[in-house]
Structure formats: C-alpha cells, structure tokens
Design a protein around this ligand. Structure first.
Ligand code: BG6
Length: 489
C-alpha cells in the first residue's frame, strides 16, 4: 500500500501567537491572558503572577489540567525578577518574512497561525479595531499567498484580552460572546477575501488557568458554563462566517490523545468510556449541533448544577455546526477505574516509549483516533498539530541532526497515510506543531523544541534568534514534494 496522499492534501505547520509572535507592546497590542504567565519546566510548573488587595503576591499554577483556581480579588502583576515568555516569544513579529520564506522552502501549502485578539481589540471592548494590528496580519497573509500557502487561522488560541478575562471572568459571562463576534466580524470582513479555513477555538476541551476559557476556575460550574458560551460563540461565528464568506470552512480544534483502558477489567473499560466522553462532549456537541444525553452524567460528576441556556441556543448550535473536525495529537494516555485527569492523572503504559517530557509515543494511536472521529462525526478531519518536543543540540558544524524527530514524524505520517489510504478517512491536511522552534505551552521553556528550524534562543529569551534548518527540514521537504510517497523509504 502506498503512502502517497490524495491530490490537494494540505501540508504545513502550526503556531500560536503567544508562543511565537512576541511584539507584545508593539503596534497597539493590548495585554493578553498569557502575558502574566512565567516560564517553567517539566518539574516546575508555570505560574501567573498575581497580587492580592493587601499587596501579597500569589502565584497560581497554570499548567495543563492542574491549574490552580485564581481568587476573584487577585489582579495580575508583572514582577521584575520573573521572565514572561510571551513578550518576545521567538519574535515572528519582526521575522515573519524570513520565517514564511523558510516554510515555503519546505513546500508548505498551508500555515496555521493564530491571531492575537488583543492585537485587534486591545481590551476586547473597543468599538473600532486597532488598525496597526489588522495591518500586521494583512502583511503576514499576503506574504504567505506570495508562496501559494493557504492561511489556516485560529481565531482564539487559548487566550483573550486580559481585560475580558478579569472583568467578566472570561467566558463565564455571555457578554464575551458579543465581544468575540465583533472580533470575528472584523476578521472575516478584512481577511475573508484571502482566507478559507478558520478555527473558532484551539483545544477547547483542554483545561488551563486563564487558558481556553479565560476563567479563574479550571473545572466545575463556571468552567462548563463558560464552555457552553464558547459553543454558542463558535456556532454564531460559523454562521456569520458562512454568510460573509460563502467558500469558508470552519473547524474548532480539540486536544485528542488516544485513551486506553489499563486492562480488560470491565471497570477499567467502562471508566475509559466515561473519561473518553469528557472529550466527545466537545466534538459531539459542536460536530452534531446538540448535547448528547451523556452530558448530564458529566455535569453531575463535575459538580455542575445547571447549564444556563438562553432562547435560541439550541437552534444556533444546530445551525452553526462545524464543517470539519480538527485536532491535535501528540500522545496516548491510559486510564483505570479511580484515575481522573483533573486530579490524579492517568496510568502508565508499559508498551510505549516516552519522549524526554514523559509523553508516550504512539503512532498507531493516531490512526485509531482518526478512525474514531471519522466514524463518529462523518465530516472531514484535519490534523492541525502533531510533533515531538525534544532537546536539540548543535553539532560541531552548528547543525541539529534530529533523527529522533524524523523517526517520530515518519511513524506518525505513515499511520496517518494508512488511515486515509486503507481505512478511508477523509483528511484535509496535516500541520506539524511548531515548524520553527517556539515556546512550549505547558512548560514555558524554549528547551522543548519541535521545529524543523532551530532558533538560537534559551529559556530566558537570550540569543541571536537566528534561524537554522535542522536535518528534518530537508527530510520533510522531500516527503512533501513526493506528497507522502517517500515515507516508504
Ligand atoms: C497543544 C497546544 O496543546 O500542544 C499548543 O495547542 C502547544 O499551543 C502544543 O504548544 C504542544 O504542547 P507543549 O506544552 O509541548 O508546547
């Protein structure tokens, strides 16, 4: 069986503004909800730096799944001795021409990036957008089009103007739906003539402090109410987008790991179903346009008394269904009765190797997930993040010989091709995470690198920011040029 992919398959990379763009105080950009997040490491979680009314500094953890609640009276503060990676990131803001040319050099025909909401509406509540912010993304899009690269735009990648997060407790208020739609309308009217593919949110199902929902609580009533508002906002954005841009296609992005029961013990298998539904909850609601009956069980188990809905919510969820289902896939997880991602985490899987950051490597899991989603929703899928975070060392010639990354990507791309060519999954494309090294979301480090292109910068933002292609750069270029056929070699 060949690994060659159907004609028109989209090959590219994916980034997020607060991990990649920098320029945080330039061009009229407002403060974003990640701007107060410090660096960290695998064993040392990132924090938000906050101040209580009595002047006491607190530092709630903001890492994946274990975010601490942030007291309502706490206000963000910048500390002189803290490092905030989003401020400079790796400075796409000033390197976009060079970076896009490097991506074109690999043959990318799509590039996924996110627009920083507070660059367009600094507080989220202005009546007029910030022209400098709009002009920046005009230049980025035009530069991409010069090389025949399709923009895939994430409207909201785990962030929002800090003002909205603080004033409204993020998405827990319906007011934010209007702010978001106002923002979407501006983007659609400005870029709709050049951009077809849109993602309303990134990893809407992941829980992080001030993360996707911008709320101070990471689970429970406020979280699920906030998510309902995001569902409504997304559906309204899809409807508006289709009206303003008839050729547009919309997805929302989900964090999708494979999930295994730790044994064939019926309790473990049933527990796996329940944990899996914590993810299906998002895909089912947005992909089918209604809450599945199991949602009630999730609300009960997560301490949700009632999801407050307004007249018209049910209709809009149906009308604003997604056109495709997009997701990130990095790893698999294993679970047994008694595990809970939100508290104790999962169980080890003795059959899989792990990355240096402890993420199990599981290419076949990708093929399985692609099938599961496609069987369930029957809409095209799009893999919009995948990759391996690793420590890269420069050799004596100043090059990175990243054979481990090539091996990871080859295995995952082969699994993807099998899902498409053998299992019949309709997949629009693949965008590898962080084609140019950028800041890690979970740890705030630079050391955890994903790219085909090395960036000379350390964990504290020191370095020349010089970009240098790694060995994998030349490898992926050949794979893309052969539309996957060379994966067989
Ligand atoms: C996804 C996010 O969760 O995974 C990205 O959408 C993130 O923003 C990526 O960077 C990889 O995670 P990490 O923590 O290794 O950067």
């Amino acid at each position: 069986m060949t690994y060659e992919l159907p004609k028109g398959f989209l090959w590219g990379g994916a980034t997020a503004d607060f991990q990649y763009e920098g320029g945080f105080s330039e061009g009229g950009r407002g403060l974003s909800s990640h701007d107060y997040e410090t660096d960290g490491s695998k064993d040392n979680p990132r924090h938000h730096t906050m101040k209580m009314p009595d002047g006491q500094i607190i530092a709630p953890r903001s890492s994946f799944f274990y975010a601490d609640p942030v007291p309502p009276e706490a206000q963000p503060v910048f500390l002189e001795d803290a490092y905030y990676p989003s401020h400079q990131a790796v400075d796409f803001y000033h390197h976009y021409k060079e970076d896009i040319a490097l991506m074109a050099g690999m043959g990318f025909n799509v590039f996924r990036f996110s627009i920083c909401w507070s660059r367009i509406f600094p507080t989220g509540e202005e009546t007029e957008p910030n022209e400098d912010g709009l002009a920046f993304y005009d230049q980025v899009i035009d530069e991409m089009l010069k090389y025949g690269m399709e923009p895939l735009i994430t409207i909201c990648h785990d962030e929002m103007p800090m003002h909205l997060a603080l004033k409204y407790n993020g998405w827990s208020s319906r007011k934010v739906i209007d702010c978001y739609l106002n923002y979407c309308r501006v983007l659609f009217e400005r870029y709709g003539d050049r951009c077809r593919y849109w993602l309303t949110f990134n990893e809407i199902n992941a829980v992080r402090g001030f993360g996707p929902c911008g709320t101070r609580e990471s689970s429970g009533q406020a979280h699920y109410q906030a998510v309902h508002h995001m569902f409504v906002a997304s559906a309204k954005a899809v409807k508006l987008g289709h009206e303003l841009m008839p050729d547009s296609q919309f997805g929302t992005m989900y964090a999708m790991s494979e999930l295994y029961p730790a044994s064939c013990k019926p309790e473990d298998v049933f527990h796996r179903l329940q944990e899996r539904r914590e993810n299906w909850y998002f895909i089912d609601t947005m992909g089918r346009g209604y809450y599945h009956p199991y949602a009630k069980d999730i609300w009960r188990r997560r301490g949700v008394k009632e999801i407050v809905m307004e007249a018209g919510d049910t209709e809009i969820l149906l009308e604003g269904q997604l056109d495709f289902i997009s997701f990130s896939y990095y790893r698999s997880n294993t679970t047994k009765a008694g595990d809970d991602w939100f508290t104790v985490g999962g169980s080890p899987n003795p059959y899989l190797e792990e990355t240096p950051w402890g993420w199990p490597v599981d290419p076949l899991g990708l093929r399985h997930v692609m099938n599961e989603i496609y069987d369930r929703i029957q809409k095209p899928i799009f893999i919009v993040e995948n990759g391996m975070g690793a420590v890269d060392e420069l050799d004596e010639n100043g090059l990175v010989q990243d054979d481990y990354r090539i091996a990871y990507l080859r295995d995952h791309l082969q699994a993807m091709a099998d899902a498409i060519n053998i299992d019949g999954v309709d997949c629009l494309g693949y965008t590898m995470w962080g084609p140019i090294d950028l800041i890690s979301l979970s740890t705030g480090e630079m050391k955890k690198r994903y790219g085909f292109i090395y960036v000379d910068m350390d964990d504290k933002g020191r370095g020349s920011l010089k970009r240098t292609p790694k060995k994998s750069y030349y490898w992926i270029k050949e794979i893309i040029a052969s539309n996957g056929a060379k994966l067989a070699e």
